[in-house]
Design a protein around this ligand. Sequence first.
Ligand SMILES: Nc1ncnc2c1ncn2[C@@H]1O[C@H](COP(=O)(O)OP(=O)(O)O)[C@@H](O)[C@H]1O
Ligand SMILES: [Mg+2]
Length: 441
Amino acid sequence: MEATPHILVVGHDPTLPTEFESALSGITGVRAVTHFARDFRQGIEAARSRTPDLVCIEMDRNLRILKSFTEELAIAAPEANITAIYRQDIFGPEDSEGAVIIEALRSRVQDFLRRPLSSTELKQILDRLYQEKLRPRRTHLGKVFSFISNKGGVGKSTISTNTACALARQYPDRVLLVDCSLQMGVCAHMLDLRPETSIIDAVRERDRLDETLIHQLSVPHSSGLRLLAAPKDAVEAAEVDDEAMSLILSMARRAYDYVIVDTFPMLDSVVMAILDLSDTTHFVLQATVPNVIGAARHMDVMEGLGFRGERLKLILSRNHASFSGNLQPRDIEDRLGRRVDYVFPYSRRIMVAVNTGRPHVLNSPSWYGFGKAIRHLIRDFGAVVPGEAAKKGRKTKGRKAAEAEAAFDSPKSQPLPLDDPPFGDESDPTSDKDRMEAWRS
Ligand SMILES: Nc1ncnc2c1ncn2[C@@H]1O[C@H](COP(=O)(O)OP(=O)(O)O)[C@@H](O)[C@H]1O
Ligand SMILES: [Mg+2]
């Protein structure tokens, strides 16, 4: 498996980023996410928002500044490994390199890299980072799953909202949906929520943002989910930058087991920050020729940026009724040269759900159709899926507990008329009409 360390490089020398990238590019099997900060103040800000695994600091003879930086770093990114980068010519004839290094070690510097940087020495530091398991915080961090696309209206918000609800039903209060469709967030409407607070409050409070504040700024939904809503309009949305987004998601994964991120169809710095922090990104596309061609280009760019392999999954969203000449998953796989990981089938009841503000998955069984696709998705997120838990539970949990879990997934316990029939044509069930009447009144 590829390693993905997050590295922050702090230094004012303009040639340092290029030199660092070139040393990194000589190391195979590592796909690092690297950020550069020009001075110590920017470095501390970036350390807070990016929670790096490794911070490389340009060191000169003034160790007093280095010391105060590392002290602040201990608070901003307590689990980061600190490595000092230096040129030998910083030492004058009267300086002892050893004495300066010992002094630097007292300032919490753990490793040193001499310039010009070499891939071999950098690799040794990265190897140590993993071998010594200097990343214990990761075991306590929640997982981030994002949904992206190259065009709007393909089903991202529908899939992310329903996925988040399905997870929250299993893990109440442990799932956060972050609506990063910044200019036109719809998750609150899909959940029939009217949040007073949103991402924008998190951005404005970035200096004191922590797990507690993230929780306070999110709003609860009856499924057990919490929502951090999108800004209210495009003017507010313009306040959100990549640094703020990284900070929000870093705090969110400290506070929740699952962080689900809905996005907008663009590949700008904010989306890149989301991708950087995502354990898995799901590319959602429709089965239309222009969308598939656009997706091919978009995915090429993403792969060029290093987002590939298991970190990038493909979802085919059938959000239009079937028609003759409809592209099949096989056609899309041939065009994109990669597997379609999930297919979300068309369901007219999705539209009903959008209008009534009750996500479809909360009314649909998980053994066919859209509910089944969601079930597969959350199982791949590592979530316990009710039916499967019941099977294991029969041996370990006793009959009653196993029956209770099985009932969740049983067709009898589901309001079947609200979901698509597995076979044949759909007709609008009376219950849908009743719900729409109720909504209108
Ligand atoms: N599986 C589906 N079956 C039917 N309609 C769907 C399905 N998925 C999404 N839709 C509909 O497609 C439209 C676009 O979905 P949305 O989730 O808002 O897309 P995006 O977030 O990519 O812009 C919405 O009207 C939604 O109700
Ligand atoms: Mg959307």
